[in-house]
Design a binder for this molecule. Structure first.
Ligand code: SF4
Length: 242
């Protein structure tokens, strides 16, 4: 089995604990207009590796996984190469290597990966699935189901909201997110991180001849962030900053 990757390398503590070998898998089913990795959206491109080659690389790197490190699969959307990552995770998890996935949570079979994952980092971009679909192209119902499944399976789960002005960052949005997380049983069972919009990926759009449609209204003020944090904390959620 093969795995298609557009970037790989070590990163400390941003994509899970400790020093991690992070694999960016090619291809995503969503089209978030703020995406900072547009080179990873297409299901073509990148480099194709046999799984055995990646497993070898991970084994050779094991001394580098200090401070609780390991591997992280991200993207693109790593779950789009479902069978390949299931096999990869099974092998390295069985060898005691810490495994993490960063995912948009929309793959319906995501719980099949849970036995091979030590940490699940999942984006929750909106509480309203229609709005989610109108902006990203895909509904978020599966994400909600997968959060419920992860909590039921007592998985270590870290939720993230990418805060985007004009999309999901008003006071009313914060109250809706708080209500959603209560309904899903999140308080006490998952952490939550707020990631403010940035335009780090902007220059890549030009080089790929893709339009960048975000504007300055997407930036989040410190007051908006503070108020968002207060509303979510007050509803019993554990907010973290990595
Ligand atoms: S889910 Fe992530 S990788 Fe996919 S388009 Fe959205 S931000 Fe980009």
């Amino acid at each position: 089995m093969d795995i298609r990757i557009f970037q790989k390398g070590f990163n400390f503590s941003q994509d899970g604990p400790g020093n991690r070998l992070v694999y960016h898998l090619q291809g995503c089913n969503l089209r978030c207009p703020w995406c900072s990795n547009p080179e990873g959206l297409s299901f073509h491109g990148g480099t194709v590796y046999p799984i055995e080659e990646i497993v070898d690389e991970i084994r050779r790197s094991s001394l580098m996984f200090f401070d609780g490190g390991g591997i992280t699969l991200t993207g693109g959307e790593a779950s789009m190469q479902f069978d390949a990552i299931k096999e990869l995770l099974r092998i390295v998890h069985d060898e005691g290597i810490h495994t993490c996935i960063e995912t948009n949570g929309t793959h319906p079979d995501l719980p099949e990966l849970f036995p091979y994952l030590d940490l699940i980092i999942m984006d929750v971009k909106h509480y309203d699935c229609e709005r989610h679909k109108s902006v990203t192209g895909v509904s978020c119902e599966n994400t909600f189901h997968n959060i419920i499944s992860a909590i039921a399976a007592r998985e270590d789960i870290a939720l993230r909201i990418p805060l985007i002005g004009g999309f999901n960052s008003s006071r009313e949005d914060a109250e809706h997110f708080a209500a959603l997380f209560q309904e899903l049983g999140v308080p006490g069972h998952a952490t939550l991180e707020l990631l403010c919009y940035h335009e780090y990926g902007k220059s890549k759009y030009d080089s790929l001849s893709l339009p960048y449609t975000m504007d300055d209204k997407a930036f989040i003020s410190s007051q908006t962030l503070k108020s968002f944090r207060e509303i979510l904390s007050a509803s019993g959620l554990t907010l973290v900053t990595t």
